[in-house]
Design a binder for this molecule. Sequence first.
Ligand SMILES: [Zn+2]
Length: 329
Amino acid sequence: MKYVLGIDIGGTKIAVCIANEKGDILASDRFPSTKTYKEAIKKIADLAKKLLADQKMTVKDIAACGISAPGPLDVPNGLLLRSPNMPWGDKLPIQKDLTKALGIPAILENDANAGALAEWFFGCGKGKKNLIYMTMSTGVGGGVIAGGHLVQGHTGNACELGHIVLDIHGPMCNCGLRGCMEAYTGGKAVQQKMQAALKDHPDHAFFRLPCVEGKVENLNFRALLEGVRAQIPLALEWWEEYCVRMAQGLAAVITSFDPEVIVLGTTAYHAGDLLFKPLERLMPQFLWANYCRSTEIRLSALGLRIGELAGVSVAFNALYEKGLWKPKK
Ligand SMILES: [Zn+2]
């Protein structure tokens, strides 16, 4: 086993890193996302070559290259599709172009699946065969490891868990459906709901929270948590609905996959016990007792490091599926 290269495409930044077989990051650097796709490919290739040279390595030392990118993607064909957050264009053959530019076969995977792989190989999922990772920030995404393999589905779009519809009469989701889990628990949806409800009520207690500073634009997920801590009645009411919808969504996922552990990332980090305590109370209303006993709900062990490990985990998974690498237990 040699080394792996990981490329993490984000909305604002692109990172490149080299890891050894244990998942230790040996070298890593990033640059702000570029205006054009062509520029991004060139900059990624240049940075990868520079990092390799700094480590006195060549492409021959790299066993695989993984790319983690936000959806929508066409994973079987290695394409980036048009997205409101990534104004580069549609059907961009990133897998083929980076394979050519780097001289190493590159593999594309969506960032939520890549996060699930990272938690499986290096985080809470170590040594397990069934795990679910939920990324919850602006949107809600998920990745599933079942029976020791990443679930990709027929078109590579399996496990868009944030878009399980919980109520067809619910709020509009950014995807165009109504009442998705993301429409209740995504950071952007929470922010939109708070701002719409309070914009004409400048005297509301929410505006007196230190993090809000009296400004409508500061009403966001963080402000909701602060409102809950300050026991503002409306915050408590909204938070209860958030937790009920979270429990409902997680229960659907747990019932489908019967995982050993379900790992919550990002916003769960900021919420901590404010989220985990209500979930403990609410889950039995949505889930059979046997699942409640056998599935552990945990906070991501990797925290913010997950972004750095996402791309390399995609590379490790490609080697794992070929029998060329095994995660440590
Ligand atoms: Zn949706």
